[in-house]
Ligand binder design. Structure first.
Ligand SMILES: Nc1ncnc2c1ncn2[C@@H]1O[C@H](COP(=O)(O)OP(=O)(O)O)[C@@H](O)[C@H]1O
Ligand SMILES: [Mg+2]
Length: 465
């Protein structure tokens, strides 16, 4: 069971929110800038025409027989009308006295505070006139009347309806532009956030997909920011591997040291048994020999298991014939089977080369054969079938024993787990563990079934070619 990990939020979500937020701010700034620029440009162009109009009226003023005479050129006002449907007003005054036009039209100059053009004789103002917003430009020119300088001021004004319509249009376009910019940036931001956490995800997947025995360091390239994480993960894996190897070595060493003296004690016990005559003592000695057998068998299997663990970690594959190997194992087990008058029958023996570690596979086959002999009643036979199937080859060992009586066969392949039917037999619960680990290391599997006819267990090992 894995311990739940506390989460402090998602980097991807945080990054997406930050980037989308920045995109929204940038889109708003873009919108405001475009709008301001458009307003400036349209105001500037209106101002330019108003100046041209006022200047051309001013140029047409003259002094005739001591009187100011204005002859407004047609073009002066028509150039304003060309631009839009806006209304145009004008006012001409001499030395502050109204001459012609709209008498109530304010002069830009009089406001004083409004924007002053670089040339001193032009001023602009935006104000309300007859209930509408208008832009006024006032231009002044000095003329000499009877030797006296007189300021002639021409003010030309235009309503701003056309301009605001244009501005509304531009602001709509700017809004669409801003929204489009936001949408594209938000999509890019989410993509960027996703792709920046992708290496983390890839690392997590590659580590979690590993088998329980895969303690290789992570070697696939990772972004620079993840190097400290991967380096510490690798150093953790290395420490774990060292400590596992050390404990496997320790078990093997311990088992070896126990097995040798046990063999000596067993020989001694056998010798004593021959001399002892009292029934009670003989019984105690036999019990002792049985326990010694059990212990040395357990020690042997521990040793085998340590060997299997080591060899499956560094699997050396070579090509060999599985049927030959099974025949060899049968021959080795023959004396044990003979003691119980059990006959081992080779029912099928398909030849088939496989690529693997013969020492490991031999250990797996012998453990299964050992079980079959152990759990089968005396005077019965054990059937072996070596057959090609599904692109591989299987070894099936069937006996006439009690079969698998529990309902959870998978548990029997765990370390030190023995079944309910194992009470009277010597064993350590490692045989099937060894067989399964060997099969899996070769890409194959182990299956535990009962024989359909006549009862008994049927254990199969399968190896792909
Ligand atoms: N041929 C078989 N017939 C019946 N039961 C078996 C057979 N092989 C294995 N088992 C059951 O599976 C259990 C686990 O087997 P194994 O790992 O070899 O341990 P052990 O043989 O030391 O008990 C045994 O305890 C037994 O209950
Ligand atoms: Mg066994």
């Amino acid at each position: 069971m894995s311990t739940p990990v506390n989460s402090s939020g998602s980097i991807k979500r945080r990054l997406s929110l930050q980037l989308v937020g920045s995109a929204a701010i940038l889109a708003t700034i873009l919108f405001v800038l475009v709008l301001n620029f458009a307003r400036q440009v349209s105001e500037q162009s209106q101002d330019n025409i108003l100046i041209a109009s006022a200047t051309s009226i001013l140029d047409s003023t003259s002094i005739r027989s001591g009187e100011v005479s204005v002859d407004i050129p047609y073009a002066a006002l028509s150039m304003l009308g060309n631009v839009s449907e806006d209304r145009v007003f004008y006012r001409i005054s001499a030395a502050g006295v109204f001459l012609t036009g709209y008498s109530d039209l304010p002069e830009a100059k009089q406001q004083g505070t409004e924007q002053q053009n670089a040339e001193r004789d032009r001023s602009f103002i935006t104000t309300q006139y007859k209930g509408e917003s208008i832009r006024i430009v006032s231009a002044t020119r000095q003329l000499s009347v009877l030797g006296q300088p007189v300021d002639i001021t021409v003010s030309v004004a235009q309503t701003q309806n056309g301009q605001s319509e244009t501005l509304a249009q531009i602001s709509r376009t700017a809004l669409i532009l801003g929204l489009g910019f936001f949408a594209i940036s938000a999509a890019l931001a989410i993509f960027a956030a996703r792709s920046s956490v992708r290496p983390l995800h890839r690392l997590a997947v590659s580590v979690s997909r590993r088998g329980p025995k895969d303690l290789r360091p992570v070697q696939s390239p990772v972004p620079a920011e993840m190097i400290p994480l991967v380096a510490s993960l690798n150093s953790f894996i290395a420490r774990l591997k060292t400590s596992l190897t050390r404990s496997e070595d320790f078990i093997a060493e311990a088992a070896h040291r126990v097995r040798t003296p046990l063999a000596t004690v067993r020989v001694q016990a056998e010798v004593v048994l021959r001399r002892v005559e009292t029934q009670q003592n003989r019984k105690a000695l036999k019990e002792m020999i049985r326990t010694i057998d059990e212990s040395s068998r357990a020690a042997g299997q521990l040793l085998d298991h340590a060997m299997v663990t080591f060899r499956t970690d560094h699997l050396e594959r070579k090509s060999f014939d599985l049927a030959d190997l099974v025949l060899d194992s049968v021959e080795r087990m023959q004396p044990v089977a003979g003691m119980r008058d059990i006959e081992i029958v080779m029912e099928a023996c398909d030849p088939g080369q496989i690529l693997g570690d013969p020492i490991l596979i031999q250990s797996a086959v012998q453990n299964i054969l050992d079980n079959a002999i152990k759990y089968s009643p005396p005077d019965q036979s054990i059937a072996i079938n070596v057959q090609r199937q599904n692109g591989g080859i299987s070894v099936q060992i069937s006996d006439r024993g009690p079969g698998f009586t529990g309902n959870d066969n998978a548990r029997l392949t765990e370390r030190f787990i023995r079944g309910d039917n194992a009470a009277d037999t010597v064993g350590s619960g490692l045989g099937l563990t060894i067989a399964k680990e060997v099969a899996q290391a070769h890409g194959g599997n182990l299956s535990l079934n009962n024989r359909s006819k006549g009862g008994g267990a049927c254990v199969s090992l399968y190896f792909p070619f």
